[in-house]
Design a protein around this ligand. Structure first.
Ligand code: PFF
Length: 470
């Protein structure tokens, strides 16, 4: 179908894939999880997992997409009908993420408007109301959160409707470099604040936090490992069919191995930079309490930081939330594109028709998520011990359950069913040699699946259950 045109340039593909990977997971999730999991130990485990697992899985997904020329469902089906369901599982993960991601994207848009109000002193700014109250107000007013989620969804839909080369590639090619630039400015401001050094020590000096009484004891290995694992899947957009779909749009002459290194580097780099921006600043203004988990870090603690920056505060606040909303948009676009592209293939419909259908269904789901904090409020205890509402539950199912499970199965599929040589041939189809092929084959067969299985069992609470039984 003519609707299925690919990326026009290598740079466009790179920016679209980076746009998918870089999002709320980097700017908010990474600093938040690092803050809540002892700083330095989290950083080290995250980097180790990204290297041993993230690279390996993403490589398989991109190659599967490019070699078959299909989205997730079609890619698995074209290789083996028995594995078609694995593609569907990825689509299920993408659909779940889409519903809560667009609700969060709506929150970001709302904060862009509030910060703009602060900048021009308008009534729709915070008007002296504290950060916690503004956020609570947003959560308790379903009409406001729904309106912004709808607006966010509409923008996403318009870009996806414009197609891969016209919409997605163009938006990401301008936005991603701009985001990088804005991040650097915010870091300079944050790291030059008096007292910022403590935040930097928390991030980079092993044992500093415990030795200085910032935290009572170092968090346990398993807790940090699970947090770092969940963060890796989400941040690199793994196990949700996105990289298979984007891979299917990549031209044959593109050096996939090099693109892969660049995507990983960008994604980890932005997460790291976001940590450098947020942790020192929150440490200065709110101490360890400001690092509290959940949305409050970005929507409560950070506005406090901006509010105490004097005249520069409203400008930096606005720039920051524009940047976050944009990063969320490019990630949301990739999820919607995955759903739309797969539906186009499966139902043989046009891009426009499928974008509208997916958009309407996802909007309904996003409305339910927005209502989860008020009309449908409940409290559920997750296997990790955390208390969850609808959004947390969806986040848990996709992030800690489906993504490691799908990634584990992908490793088994690539390592033992189609065999690593299948992927290696695709990596070399562009005429470039794939230098680390022996290492890759070893990792995908023996190392990565074991780590995936451990992560999955741990986050599903199986290890805890076994411990309780014996
Ligand atoms: N990688 C995105 C982030 O870090 O915010 C989120 C994401 C996008 C997850 C696409 C999964 C996905 F398929």
């Amino acid at each position: 179908m003519n609707d299925r045109k690919g990326f026009g340039s290598n740079f466009g593909f790179l920016m679209a894939a980076v746009g998918s990977a870089v999002g709320l997971g980097n700017i908010w999730g990474f600093p938040n999880k690092m803050g809540a999991n002892g700083g330095f130990p989290f950083l080290i485990l995250y980097l180790a997992l990204a290297l041993c697992c993230g690279v390996i899985i993403m490589l398989g997904e991109l190659a599967l997409g490019r070699k078959t020329g299909h989205g997730a469902v079609g890619a698995y089906q074209s290789i083996s009908k028995r594995f078609k369901w694995l593609g569907w599982l990825g689509i299920a993960a993408a659909a779940l993420i889409f519903s809560f991601y667009s609700a969060l994207g709506g929150y970001c848009l709302r904060y862009v408007v509030v910060n703009f109000g602060n900048l021009i002193g308008a009534e729709f700014g915070t008007n002296g109301v504290g950060g916690a109250d503004v956020f609570q107000g947003l959560l308790s007013q379903p009409d406001v959160s729904i309106a912004f989620a709808l607006a966010f969804m509409l923008i996403t839909m318009l870009v996806v409707m414009s197609g891969v080369g016209g919409g997605i590639e163009r938006v990401c090619s301008v936005g991603m470099p701009a985001l990088f630039f804005i991040l650097i400015i915010c870091i300079i401001r944050s790291c030059t604040l008096p007292g910022a050094a403590d935040g930097l020590k928390y991030m980079f000096v092993p044992g500093w936090a415990v030795a200085n009484g910032i935290i009572d004891e170092a968090p346990g290995f398993w807790r940090v490992l699970t947090a770092a694992g969940g963060q890796m899947f989400f941040s690199l957009s793994l196990g949700a069919g996105v990289m298979i779909t984007y891979g299917s749009y990549v031209k044959k002459d593109v050096n996939l191995s090099r693109s892969l290194s660049q995507i990983e580097l960008f994604d980890t780099g932005v997460a790291f930079l976001a940590g450098l921006m947020i942790i020192p600043a929150v440490f200065v203004f709110s101490g360890m309490d400001g690092m509290s988990s959940g949305p409050s870090l970005m929507f409560v603690s950070l506005p406090k930081v901006f509010a105490s920056m004097g005249v520069a505060g409203p400008v930096i606040g606005l720039v920051f939330f524009v940047m976050v909303a944009f990063a969320a948009l490019t990630s949301c676009i990739s999820i919607m594109e995955t759903l739309v592209a797969n539906c186009m293939e499966i139902f043989h419909q046009s891009r426009k028709a499928m974008s509208l259908t997916v958009g309407v269904l996802a909007t309904a789901a996003a409305v339910v998520v927005c209502l989860g904090y008020n009309v449908f409020y409940f409290e559920l205890t997750l296997p990790s011990g955390a208390t969850a509402q609808i959004l947390d539950l969806m986040d848990y199912i996709s992030n800690s359950f489906l993504m490691p499970f799908i990634s584990f199965l992908t490793c088994i599929f690539v390592g033992w069913v189609i065999k690593p040589q299948w992927i290696i041939e695709e990596m070399e189809a562009s005429g470039h040699t794939f230098g680390r092929k022996k290492l890759y084959a070893f990792m995908i067969r023996y190392v990565t699946p074991v780590i995936m299985a451990v992560l999955f069992l741990q986050s599903a609470g199986v290890f805890n259950l076994v411990q309780e039984l014996f």
